[in-house]
Design a binder for this molecule. Structure first.
Ligand code: PLP
Length: 415
């Protein structure tokens, strides 16, 4: 689904006034168009989302919530936020949405602030098995302020070990259980997590930062009916502006809102909220649903083509936009693979391998699908992976040229 170019005048104004920064932005736009963008949490927003982000709503202070602000002149800020909330609640079937969270991490921070006290025990996926920094990393507020107990995936299947989750919950009696991951390629079973949380009297927090866009398009199960609080981002598969969102039932609405503002944040970023509203509007269309299903199809095709190239694909495939794999059978570890692929213009991340040595690679198909690539391109991408990684990267220049040729046919913002 290629989109058209952002308006040229915007960049012309910047170029006349500040050519140094204009060059940086142009360089980044070219970099995005020129390489294969396979970072799992990235996407290309529409020009309409970019227009909202670059609008004068960026100038507005609007601490508080619609109808109850600390500042005057909020009539349009209120309208933007009411529209965003209305669209988000309708899209995800939630009673309440907070669209002010600045990011996915801010959303999780606010969820913990609403439900927990410092020192409380929380059960979450271990970082080495796919948990996010906010799921108990010692480098993050979560690991410093709460007592995290990690659960993991099964050594044989790579799937979440529900027996272990239940046993840990019974033993540690956590105040909250977090389900969500940065790299788990399969659907989580929210009903199972709900049953475990109910058995031990814990809150269930779904951190759906990655799959929420698939949920919007009906291509992944919705955590909203099961979780007490759903945290999400708006910039991954959902294809909106960089930002966060929290969904919950009516009974927690006020606690969640107060945990965002004034507890953990100040003034809302109203231009981003307007852009979130635009993205929710786009995500409510049949075209977006078709997109979300294509993203999953493409990830499945890419996963099996990578397996044919020799990669050890985690869980043997995917249900989502995410693919994780160990490139060890090709004679490289994840870090070397990432560097060699980057040299060829293929951009992705490394990830933890729960039971392997070293690191694996993690990629997603959201951005390339937005560009309009299809099943034939997924097969071509997997072949380029093999070429780039075998023979000590001797084919790097050839792969770089082929990546340019491939991406040249799918400009993300038109020609
Ligand atoms: C991406 C992600 C986040 C964080 O989002 P940011 O906007 O980068 O703060 C949190 N949790 C999970 C599971 C994620 O995948």
């Amino acid at each position: 689904m290629p989109v058209t170019a952002p308006p040229a005048e915007e960049t012309d104004v910047l170029r006349r006034q500040d050519p140094e920064i204009a060059d940086v932005l142009l360089g980044e736009a070219r970099r995005q168009a020129d390489g294969l963008q396979l970072i799992a949490g990235e996407n290309f927003t529409s020009p309409a989302v970019l227009a909202a982000l670059g609008s004068p709503l960026a100038n507005k202070y609007a601490e508080g919530y619609p109808g109850n602000r600390y500042h005057g002149g909020c009539e349009y800020a209120d309208a933007a936020e009411r529209i965003a909330v209305r669209r988000a609640t309708a899209l995800f079937g939630a009673a309440h949405a907070n669209v002010q969270a600045h990011s996915g991490s801010s959303a999780v921070l606010a969820a913990y602030a609403a439900l927990l006290k410092p020192g409380d025990t929380v059960l979450a996926m271990g970082l080495g098995h796919g948990g996010h920094l906010t799921h108990g990393s010692p480098a993050n507020f979560s690991g410093r302020w709460f007592d995290f107990v990690p659960y993991g995936v099964d050594a044989e299947t790579g799937l979440v070990d529900h027996e272990q989750v239940a046993a840990l919950a019974r033993h540690h009696r956590p105040k909250a259980i977090v389900c969500g991951s940065v790299s788990y390629p399969r659907h989580l079973d929210h009903a199972v997590f709900r049953a475990i949380a109910d058995e031990v009297g814990a809150y269930l927090i779904a951190d759906a930062a990655h799959p929420i866009g698939l949920v919007a398009g009906g291509a992944a199960p919705n955590p909203v009916p099961y979780a007490d609080v759903v945290c999400a981002t708006t910039h991954k598969v959902l294809r909106g502006p960089r930002g966060g969102m929290i969904l919950c039932g009516e009974e927690l609405a006020e606690r969640i809102d107060r945990a965002v503002f004034p507890f953990t944040q100040g003034g809302a970023q109203m231009h981003t909220i307007a852009a979130k509203a635009v993205a929710f509007g786009e995500a409510s269309t049949p075209a977006f649903s078709a997109y979300a299903h294509q993203v999953v199809t493409h990830a499945r095709v890419l996963a099996s083509a990578l397996e044919a190239e020799g990669f050890a694909v985690t869980t043997g495939g995917t249900d989502t936009h995410l693919v994780t794999a160990d490139p060890a059978p090709l004679g490289v570890d994840g870090r070397t693979a990432r560097a060699r692929l980057a040299a060829a213009g293929i951009v992705l991340d490394t990830c933890a391998l729960p039971y392997g040595d070293g690191r694996g690679i993690r990629l997603g198909t959201a951005a390339v699908t937005t560009q309009g690539m299809g099943i034939p391109e997924m097969a071509r991408i997997a072949a380029l992976f093999g070429l780039a990684l075998r023979d000590d990267g001797a084919e790097a220049a050839r792969v770089r040229a082929e990546v340019r040729e491939l991406t040249g046919g799918f400009p993300p913002y038109g020609r």
